[in-house]
Write a protein that binds this ligand. Structure first.
Ligand code: 0RA
Length: 635
């Protein structure tokens, strides 16, 4: 289990660790119901109907096994449940870590007709395990309630939606389990049970995309204790969307299971297409990418001894898994194609269209390369580069508009800050094929400025990246939000590594300037503005919420009469002069920049597809559902 950090991410991982233990019990075949409740006081309760954590005397530790599991690091593994338990630095450090990071934790076990109980403070038992009652021997299970320690975590605000995404994912991956999530703070509740498993998962991922296939293709097999399940379908989009799991952990960085799948897909479709005379060898050579255009796929493997590698330890390393997945997918996909020739034909024709577009894209890319070779520095003309060359100490601001770009160029610290002004709106890559993406001038200059290429695997080379941080700086208005979303879509679809390695940030320019007796104060949100006004005992509102002692000047400033106070709302970055921009937004000593992270790969895909994709109806629904949260809307 990866707790990893003390931010919101680590906080939510506490809950995952507890749930994972119950999922392990479900994988062993003894548990089919798990519920998670966020309690009113912010603590979390997880209940399962498994066998219950053993409570007998531990042979070497001379204490109840329950106490050992709850207090000794990695003790879980000593009571082998013979499941595909995850191991090795990522998941599976055990619930004792959750215990140590909690102000208090209470565990109740129902086993052999008895109820056992123990309580801990900061991971230390307050008393030995106690029998506190009787229960019908058929009723078994474990209940854990814990309060994350607010002196350890920078935030203890548990978000329903974050846990909900993970629990939904777990329910798709483990179709025998019913998972319930409740939020007692606001009475939210959801229940997940998916008979169709990952086949249903693929449909859920693609619910706002069109597919010409009625049902995803489903493949399942087992060899040498490694279980493989794959479900996939093709949609009308140009992206591939493959989610891979090992023992229910999302392996963002892929690995041998993914390689095995890709190899089998390319070879099987190629062979079938040639045999059926749909692919004519003299025409165009299809590549792996062509067979994955518009593909949505879930690969779920259960591996007994997984080796996790890669920067974020989310890449499967076990070499034997490649050939296991490759064989199982190859055999079953071939049968599917032979039994469903009309679907097979549609799939291969789609891949042929992708190949033709790729050929056009290759030419476009070549053009960028050639042009770069011709230009003196190879860098975009409007880039103001920094003077230090060590990428880890450098950052680049992608700035909305030439005028803000100008201020940023003047205001920056030119030793380590580079500025690339962007004109207008970049292309919406969600609706465009690669060749169109590469024809877009703004995107071209981003790619050349960053210097590492484009693409999510083979063609992106992180070691060539020219900056350690990429910071998006857009206006705090509707257009700015749109541009930021377009940029995020671009990075998510075509340079995901920049996000996954924690290099992408969003600048936070202030919303208000408050002048009090010639002194300037900046507020980054409504709340901060009110705080500042309160500090200086300035009242801008009367009882009925109308400005009372204030008037609004022609330029939109709120002037508080007779106090030398004015409040102005920054509409755009361009309204700030270089010094203001530096001191409020760019100075590393004082600025706030938000790191872009991906909590749930599936949820991230959904947001981009809904907001930026072809289908209008899901977008309308999203807007209707979320309009009530809009705080600042400039019209
Ligand atoms: C070790 C052995 C057995 C069950 C468990 C652990 C277990 C752990 C957790 C954690 C949350 N819920 C759990 N449910 C079960 C099996 C012991 C036996 O043979 O009965």
């Amino acid at each position: 289990m990866y707790i990893g950090d003390v931010s919101s991410r680590g906080l939510h991982h506490l809950a995952y660790e507890v749930v994972d233990n119950s999922i392990d019990e479900a994988l062993a075949g003894y548990c089919d119901k798990i519920s998670l409740t966020i309690n009113k006081d912010g603590s979390i309760t997880v209940v399962d109907n498994g066998r219950g954590i053993p409570t007998g005397m531990h042979p070497t530790e001379k204490k109840s096994a329950l106490e050992v599991v709850m207090t000794v690091l990695n003790a879980g593994g000593k009571f082998d449940r013979n499941t595909y338990k995850v191991s090795g630095g990522l998941h599976g450090v055990g619930v004792s870590v959750v215990n140590a990071l909690s102000k208090w934790l209470k565990v109740e076990v129902r086993r052999e007709g008895k109820i056992f109980y123990q309580e801990y403070k900061a991971g230390v038992p307050t008393a030995p395990v106690k029998e506190i009652g009787k229960v019908d021997p058929k009723v078994t299970g474990t209940t854990t309630t814990f309060m994350p320690d607010d002196t350890i975590f920078s935030t203890t605000n548990i978000k329903f939606e974050i846990l909900e995404d993970r629990l939904r994912e777990l329910a798709y991956l483990n179709k025998e389990v019913t998972i319930i999530i409740k939020d007692e703070r606001n009475k939210k509740e959801n229940r997940f049970h998916f008979e169709g498993g990952i086949k249903e998962f693929v449909k859920y991922i693609d619910s706002s995309r069109k597919s010409f296939m009625k049902e995803p293709i489903f493949i399942k097999g087992e060899r040498d204790n490694t279980q493989v399940e794959v479900a996939f379908q093709y949609n009308e989009s140009y992206n591939d969307n493959i989610f891979t799991y090992v023992n229910d952990i999302n392996t963002h960085e892929g690995g041998t299971h993914l390689v095995g799948f890709k190899t089998a897909l390319t070879r099987t479709l190629n062979n079938y297409g040639s045999k059926a005379n749909i692919i004519k060898s003299d025409k165009i050579q299809l590549t792996g990418d062509d067979f994955r255009e518009g593909l949505t796929c879930v690969i779920s493997t259960k591996v007994p001894e997984p080796q996790f590698e890669g920067q974020t330890k989310t890449k499967l390393g076990n070499s034997e898994v490649k050939s296991i997945v490759e064989t199982i997918v190859g055999e079953q996909l071939q049968s599917y194609l032979e039994e469903n020739p009309s679907v097979a034909k549609k799939i291969i024709e789609k891949c042929l269209r992708a190949a033709e577009a790729r050929e056009a894209a290759r030419k476009a890319r070549e053009l960028i390369r050639r042009k770069n070779a011709l230009e003196f520095s190879g860098l975009p003309g409007k880039l103001a580069d920094c003077s230090i060359s060590d990428p880890e100490h450098c950052e680049i601001y992608l700035v909305e508009g030439d005028s803000a770009g100008g201020s940023a160029k003047q205001g920056r610290d030119r030793r380590f800050q580079a500025i690339l002004p962007l004109k207008g709106k970049i292309l919406n890559v969600e609706k465009a094929r690669m060749n169109k993406v590469l024809e877009n001038d703004e995107i071209k200059s981003i790619i050349t400025a960053l210097g590492a290429g484009i693409g999510n695997s083979d063609e992106f080379d992180e070691s060539k990246l020219r900056y350690g941080k990429v910071i998006l700086m857009c206006d705090a208005d509707v257009d700015g939000s749109h541009i930021r979303t377009l940029l995020l879509t671009f990075f998510y679809r075509h340079m995901k590594e920049i996000i996954e390695t924690g290099r992408l940030y969003i600048a936070q320019p202030p919303l208000y300037k408050i002048k009090i007796n010639r002194e300037e104060h900046y507020a980054y949100d409504e709340n901060e503005k009110d705080q500042i006004l309160k500090r200086f005992k300035i009242n801008t509102k009367s009882a009925n919420n109308e400005p009372s002692e204030t008037e609004v000047s022609e330029s939109g400033e709120i002037v508080v009469k007779g106090k030398g106070v004015s409040i102005s709302r920054f509409k755009g970055l361009g309204e700030m002069n270089p010094e203001q921009l530096w001191s409020t937004t760019m100075n590393p000593e004082t600025r706030t920049i938000l790191q872009v992270t991906i909590d749930s790969a599936v949820a991230a895909d959904k947001v981009f597809e809904t907001l930026m994709g072809e289908e209008v109806e899901p977008r309308r629904e999203f807007i209707e559902k979320n309009a009530k949260y809009v705080k600042n809307l400039d019209i």
